[in-house]
Design a protein around this ligand. Structure first.
Ligand SMILES: *Cc1c(COP(=O)(O)O)cnc(C)c1O
Length: 429
């Protein structure tokens, strides 16, 4: 199989079928010609594969899905309009009908809100754990209604690493799925499916697109999980939207086998809730993916230099970056992240809120932005912005204290970034 850099440029697209266009064309078409009555009927029944209507599938989006599936080592993918659509669709698809999810508390703010406060309104409940790597704590919470375990592979902003392999083994012993959010590392730094994850979700808004110019998300399936194991009635009950050749209703598991989860996302979630990726955004993401390895490698190198420098700066009392050799997670970093843990890091400063404000206002090169994975370097105070809605106890368990500052390192020169932080911190006290 071709290497990662080659696949980032070529996987999932065939120029021959596209008038020899070397760059993936933007198919700005809401609908597609069904050609003839028999083909139209078979497309509508899902017996034949093809494009009908861009709420469900589109050729530009399809190329993106195939490329990300290849980069993650999955059997397929469904692209959606945002990372939060990817997170909630995946969690709902596993948990629908009264299921429970066991999840780390150390998650992106909107994911904490979804699991703790919003999905319960739809009958899906969450059991949060303080330490997702404590298998006794996680195992004790798995009950008859548990459907999935959910964690970020590298948490935002603590950069804590999830030990995926034993977590997947635990999940599978109980017949529940392991769903991971792999946004921070991107598949260049980590391919969770190789360590047993069943479903991988991304906010492609971040490192995958890489230029901060398109919101998007994707759900990738390893294709190994048995959704017909008795815990997931939604996959084994016949559905009116899918029929076999005789017109009889069939279940997702019976009809689609290793594509059952992705087909349910597409046919139920995209088709009814409609958070569809636009062809233009899919194109921007494909463009970003072409340079993913080069961008992320450079950002990791710079982030490591910045993190190391910050450990020696006055008023900085702690630096969170699992890529620094001295953290308690050194063994996990070495096992899962031989190429580094990513471009996000955070640091704690002394003083009070006014010092934090002066640092944020004092940077000239860093943009004050609640985003990560951009070509530009970004700075933010998570307690007030990205994790504002997260209850204080959960926030503190995730390491988000009031004096924490998060950085996302871009592609500028490391010396310029270090000089900017130095002058901002020195001027804030
Ligand atoms: C940004 C982010 C999300 C949400 O993605 P959007 O594209 O902003 O909807 C989910 N998970 C993580 C880890 C993120 O960083």
């Amino acid at each position: 199989m071709a290497g990662f850099g080659t696949q980032a440029i070529h996987a999932g697209y065939d120029a021959k079928g596209n008038d020899d266009a070397v760059s993936v064309p933007i198919y700005a078409s809401a609908a597609f010609d069904l050609e003839n009555a028999v083909r139209g009927r078979d497309l509508a029944a899902g017996i034949e594969n093809g494009f009908e209507y861009s709420r469900v599938a589109n050729p530009t989006v399809d190329a993106l899905e195939r490329r990300i599936a290849a980069l993650e080592g999955g059997v397929g993918a469904v692209a959606v309009s945002s990372g939060m659509a990817a997170v909630t669709y995946a969690l709902m698809c596993a948990g629908e009908g009264g299921g429970r999810i066991v999840a780390s508390r150390d998650l992106y703010g909107a994911s904490v809100d979804a699991l703790g406060d919003f999905l319960p309104q739809f009958g899906i409940h969450c059991d949060f754990v303080d330490d997702i790597n404590d298998l006794d704590e996680v195992g004790a919470l798995i009950g008859p209604d548990t459907r999935a375990i959910f964690a970020e592979t590298v948490a935002n902003p603590s950069t804590r690493i999830t030990d995926i392999e034993p977590l997947a083994a635990l999940a599978h012993r109980h017949g529940v799925a392991l769903i991971v959010d792999n946004t921070i590392p991107t598949p260049y730094l980590l391919r969770p499916i190789e360590f047993g994850a069943d479903i991988v979700v991304h906010s492609t808004t971040k490192g995958i697109t890489g230029h901060g110019n398109a919101i998007g998300g994707v759900i990738v399936d390893a294709g190994r999980f048995d959704w017909a194991n008795g815990r997931f009635a939604q996959f084994t009950t016949p559905q009116q939207v899918i029929a076999d050749e005789t017109g009889r209703s069939v279940s997702f598991a019976a009809r689609f086998a290793d594509q059952a989860f992705l087909r349910r996302i597409r046919i139920k979630y995209l088709r009814t809730f409609g958070a569809v990726a636009s062809p233009f955004n899919a194109y921007l993401t494909l463009l970003g993916l072409e340079t993913l390895p080069q961008r992320v490698a450079r950002q990791v190198e710079t982030a490591t230099r910045v993190a190391r420098h910050l450990t020696r700066v006055a008023h900085v009392v702690k630096v969170n970056y699992s890529g620094l050799g001295n953290t308690p997670q050194f063994a996990l970093a070495a096992k899962y992240f031989p190429r580094g843990v990513g471009q996000v890091l955070s640091f704690l400063v002394d003083g009070d809120a006014s010092n934090v404000r002066r640092i944020l206002d004092g940077t000239r090169l860093f943009s004050y932005v609640p985003n990560i994975g951009d070509a530009r370097s970004l700075i933010v105070d998570p307690a007030n912005i990205t994790h504002r809605e997260v209850p204080a106890q959960t926030r503190l368990a995730a390491g988000v204290s009031d004096n924490l500052i998060r950085l996302s390192i871009g592609l500028e020169d490391a010396d310029d970034l270090i000089a900017d932080l130095d002058q901002a911190i020195a001027g804030a006290y």
